[in-house]
Every structure is written in structure tokens, then in C-alpha cells.
Ligand binder design. Sequence first.
Ligand SMILES: [Zn+2]
Length: 365
Amino acid sequence: MTKTNKIGIIVDEDFASKNAPPYPHPIFLSYETPLRIGSILNFLEEKNVFLNERVIKIKPVSVEESVLKLAHTKYHIDSVKNFSNRGFGLLGEEIFITEDTYELAKKAVGGTIQAINSVLNNDVDQSFALIRPPGHHALREKASGLCIFNNIANSIIHLKDNRQYNKKIAIIDIDAHFGDGLVQYFYDDPSVLYFSVHEFDFEEGDIGFIDELGEGEGLGKSINFPIPMNTSDEDFLEFLDILEPVLNEFTPDIMIIAAGFDLYFADPIGNGLLTSISYYNFTEKLLKIAEKICEGKLVFILEGGYSLIGLPHCVYAVIKALMGEEHEPQIFEKVQFSTEAKNEEISKIKNSLRNLLADYWNSLK
Ligand SMILES: [Zn+2]
């Protein structure tokens, strides 16, 4: 059956030119760069994605400060604004500020809101916000981990407050890192499911353990699926064995994907060994689930992903899967990784999670 779904892509040249890190050499802080979006847009244009009549370009509009205040303290907002006005600054060890940061970060929140609204309003069937800076580490009171404002949290709270939206939302976070900012906003909220698949991070000692399940009414609605370093295409989608039954039981009205691509094998920050095939297969599966339970309402919001070569292919793979078209991996992705089995570790995680979650989900009993 030929698909006829329409896909909205939130695009703005500002994301490909502004907020350039003031570090010329490749260090951690310089990975979050306008080149990320530039490389994606160049690639999508070369592939004629925007000439396809099923693809709708949507230009993001910045939000007012009042919207930021829904998810952030005045002090945090002012800090970013003040440093931007000065033209530079280091706000914490993982946050650089330039003269564009404040405006661009506001536009990233605006683009996220539009990606969600365009799907809820039935303007398009699915959407993808190609925005930066990313958001899932940002906390209410401070920026963190290359993230300024929490794009997804801000958008959901805005939706609930301004549109009196009271339906259920599932957030699926596939960034290499745990969304430690994002999870906190909805930890006790039974109407928002947060499911994160992320790598164990022994070095940074990140949270995101399997027994962080939420609190109060929200118990069981925070689900963490940590995966070992060097997880490859072969094992990555094992988390669907937990996610799929949970989604079927939860029946969200919409699914928002915190789409980080830093588990890609060539990513300079993440420790995964995925290729674009994983992102294609994930999207294809999730779209099928979404078509069954929420009229296919899927929204992708760009988070991490720092390989300038790999990132465009991963984003393109997601769009191809949404379009229902075949995906051909690039020649440089046809690499043979060590066959050392990760499956055993992942099976252990799956079994432990199933035991922990059986109290909250009948489908996992
Ligand atoms: Zn990340």
C-alpha cells in the first residue's frame, strides 16, 4: 500500500549559522555546532527531500519569555540572556554562550512547539524538528550538558497550560545519554510516560538506573533501559520488547521522540556502534505502533548527534522510514564490528525491568 502521510520538517537557516562555539579545535564544547544542522540540510536538499509534495517545510517562530518561564526559573533565563547580551560566556562547564544563544534557544523551543502542534492540528501526520541547541539535559534552574532550555518539557507544559491539553503523552528518548533534565519535569505525572534507552555511563556516573520508576501517581511511568557500550544494530532494538507492550497499554494520544543520534558508531561523544539502519528500523517499528494506537501521531525532536558525516544519514533514514520508502545504508556504514555478544547483558536488563515494572503494567506481568 502506498503511503500518503504528510511529514512536517521544522527548518530554519538560523540553526545552521548561529550560536557557533568559540572553540576552533575539536573539544567536547565544540561539537554542538551550526555545522550539525548545515550538514543535515545540505544532505536533505541533495536528496530532493524538500521537493517531495508529502514533505512540508515549517518555519519556526520564537517564543516569548513567558513561555520559557513555564519550565525555567527567571534566574536561569536571565543568566542566558545576560551572557548573550555580553556576547560570550561559559555558563557551567558544559555550556558556552554566544551573542545568539538566547534568541536561538528560544527559537528551538518555538520549533518544538510547532512540531507538536502541526501534528495535533492534523496539518501533517508526523513531524521532525531540526533544531538546536538540544534540550533534554536542561534543568528548571540551569543549563546543562550542551542544553540551554528544555525544548520538549517546555513544549509539553505549554500545551497543557495554554491549550488545556489533557491527553496522555509518551516521550521516547533514544539519545545516547539519559535525559536527566527532561525526566524530572514529569516524574510524578501519570499522564506523561518517559521511556529512555541510553548507554551506561560509568565515567560520568550519570543517573538513569532501571529502578528510577517515577514517584507518587507517576510511579511506573518513568522507564530506563540502559544498554552496554558498543551496542550495535544487532541488539539495539531489544528495548522494544518492553516499550511496545507498555505503549499498547498506556495508549498515548501522541508520541514525542527525543531524537539523539549520538549512539552512531562514528559519533565523537557517544559509545554506541549503531548505523543509520537502527534509526530506520526503530522509526519503521514505532510508526506501525503509532498507527495502531494514536493515528500515527509521531513527533521527532532533534537532541544530540555530533558526527557531521553520520548525522545527516541518520536523519534521512528516519524520514525515509516515515515516508514508507526503502533505506540503503552508506558504503562506509557497512562495517564489521566485533561479534562479542552484548545480548546477554541486554537480556538481563530486560528481565530485571520486567520484574520491576510488573506491578505497574499488566502487559509485563
Ligand atoms: Zn547525547
